[in-house]
Design a protein around this ligand. Structure first.
Ligand code: IPE
Ligand code: IPE
Ligand code: MG
Length: 237
């Protein structure tokens, strides 16, 4: 079982367009499925689930779509977080939260605080997140913490400690729904050795059966981390 699953939740707009509905209906449908998926992952023993909700590039979308996504985020924190908290879910939001409306920032911080001691699973929501932003803010934070140090002293381990995911295991399984095979500036550093799973299923269609399928696929992967094939495995094949 992967310790850390990260998902690029793509395909909401196409799901709605196929049904001759506005794209925003797809976002609402996509958000509605998140709770069941988080609970399913917690039951399976996954410790971290990171969901890409809004990228630093998504500000370029039409204003009404951006505001619907923001409103859904607020609604989510208001309506679903209570049930998730009761199920032992710890919430963490990664990304440049300062880019959001002050009211949303307050809600995010409150939900994080209210769930900080929960242990069933950590739900990481990547909002106004970009992998390139994360690396740059990590370097800046490291420099602020070590004002006398020169950047030539910065190590990979130190940089990792200043990423927004500090303290979390790296991504084991990265899933992207919606048929595209690209990373779109998601967890660039943290997915260095992730197994990549691409599915044509659109995000609103991605259910328990679909995640189980990705987990079966993950179980067949041999993670070599740069080493050679395990000789025992070679013999068994
Ligand atoms: C959801 O899917 C991703 C978000 C930015 C919330 P999209 O809105 O990208 O849907 P498609 O790719 O246009 O179908
Ligand atoms: C990636 O999806 C971002 C999120 C899922 C939040 P996009 O739909 O924005 O990605 P591109 O633009 O097709 O690469
Ligand atoms: Mg998309």
């Amino acid at each position: 079982m992967p310790q850390h699953i990260a998902i690029i939740m793509d395909g909401n707009g196409r799901w709605a367009q196929k049904r001759h509905m506005p794209r925003t209906v797809g976002h609402a449908k996509g958000a509605a499925g998140v709770k069941a998926l988080v609970e399913h992952c917690a039951k399976l023993g996954v410790k971290y689930l990171t969901l890409f909700a809004f990228s630093t590039e998504n500000w370029s979308r039409p204003a009404d779509e951006v505001s619907t996504l923001m409103a859904l985020f607020v609604q989510y924190l208001e309506k679903e977080m209570g049930a998730l908290a009761a199920a032992g879910v710890r919430l963490k939001v990664i990304g440049d939260v300062a880019g959001f409306a002050p009211e949303l920032q307050t809600r995010i911080r409150a939900a994080e605080k209210a769930t900080q001691h929960n242990q069933a699973i950590t739900l990481v929501v990547a909002a106004n997140y970009g992998g390139q932003w994360d690396v740059v803010q990590a370097v800046r934070n490291w420099q602020a913490a070590h004002p006398e140090a020169s950047v030539s002293q910065l190590t990979q381990a130190q940089l990792a400690q200043h990423l927004s995911t500090a303290g979390m295991p790296d991504v084991d399984l990265l899933i992207r729904t919606g048929g595209e095979q690209r990373i779109s500036n998601f967890l660039l550093w943290q997915a260095a050795y992730a197994e990549l799973y691409f599915t044509d299923a659109l995000w609103p269609e991605f259910d328990e059966a679909q995640i189980n399928q990705s987990l079966h696929w993950f179980a067949t992967r041999e993670r070599r981390f740069g080493k050679v094939t395990n000789p025992n495995l070679e013999k068994a094949l």
